[in-house]
Design a protein around this ligand. Structure first.
Ligand code: FPP
Length: 268
């Protein structure tokens, strides 16, 4: 990590956390379910949309911190296929905020070598939004640093449904042999194709659910829940989650080297 001072000033508790982390123990892909905007607004007597507006600060700070931590991928859940059920004004505000965010942050993304990638049923969004997204994708396409995925009109089930339809129609048309459908084929046809699965999934606001997010991809992901409401989420909260991840032991259904031998010896 080259940019430690900009991530956390020397002498602060955040810097202490950072100094204790070693690069091999860091997650390479962090996914976040940003929740609690509505509650944040209600606690202050504001309309819900003010919570989303305040959430933009946390988005900006988190993207910047992820780039400085040299994560490979950050995926934020910004709008689910179920979110269309929200009041029209709220949906309209969320889309307007997204457009505003892209217009304001594109330069920072380019300067910070961030590659922008929307995932979800993008073709169903308003043409104006699709244009902003396409502009950000092409302006950052050559970047080689953090891949910033933003999930819009996304749900894990919709993603798996779309992929199933592709498989069936290709198989019917004789373009795909059923035996060639394996885990690699599925991974290559997900919205996240080409990107490693999340190592760490964070959900804010104390809710203990995965809410239809990256269902295939989180099979072995470490889950981290924090009571912090999304608009209050800071670099410190990201570092706390990353530090907790670094303490976890990932086994992918196997055993940790040495642990099996220890168990066998103990049983003898
Ligand atoms: C959940 O809070 C949050 C969302 C549905 C949207 C997240 C959107 C943002 C942070 C702003 C837009 C993002 C970008 C990148 C432009 P909630 O409303 O469900 O909160 P509640 O559970 O407290 O009601």
């Amino acid at each position: 990590m080259k940019d430690l001072d900009r991530l956390a000033s020397p002498g602060t508790p955040e810097r202490e956390l950072l100094d204790r982390l070693s690069p091999p123990s860091l997650p390479r892909h962090v996914a976040i379910i940003m929740d609690g905007n509505g509650r944040w607004a209600r606690q202050r007597g504001f309309p819900r949309v003010e919570g989303h507006r305040a959430g933009i600060r946390a988005v900006r700070e988190t993207v910047e911190a992820a780039a400085r931590l040299e994560l490979e991928v950050l995926t934020l859940y910004a709008f689910s296929t179920e979110n269309w059920k929200r009041p029209r004004w709220e949906v309209r505000t969320l889309m307007a905020l997204l457009k505003e965010y892209l217009a304001k942050e594109l330069r920072t993304m380019v300067e910070n070598n961030i590659r922008f990638r929307p995932i979800g049923r993008i073709a169903e969004l308003e043409p104006e939004i699709q244009d902003s997204l396409a502009g950000a994708v092409s302006a950052t396409a050559a970047n080689t640093g953090l891949t910033f995925q933003i999930a819009l009109n996304y749900s894990g089930r919709a993603e798996l449904l779309d992929l199933t339809r592709t498989a069936v129609s290709n198989a019917h048309a004789g373009r795909l042999a059923v035996e060639s459908i394996d885990e690699d084929w599925v991974a290559a046809h997900l919205a996240t194709a080409g990107v490693r699965d999340p190592d760490l999934l964070i959900r804010t606001s104390g809710e203990l659910r995965v809410s239809n997010f990256l269902l295939w991809q989180i099979a072995y992901t470490e889950l981290y829940f924090t009571p912090v409401l999304w608009p209050d989420f800071t670099t410190r909260d990201l570092l706390l989650a990353v530090a907790e991840f670094a303490r976890r032991e990932r086994r992918y259904g196997g055993v940790v080297e040495g642990a099996q031998e220890d168990a066998e010896e103990a049983a003898e």
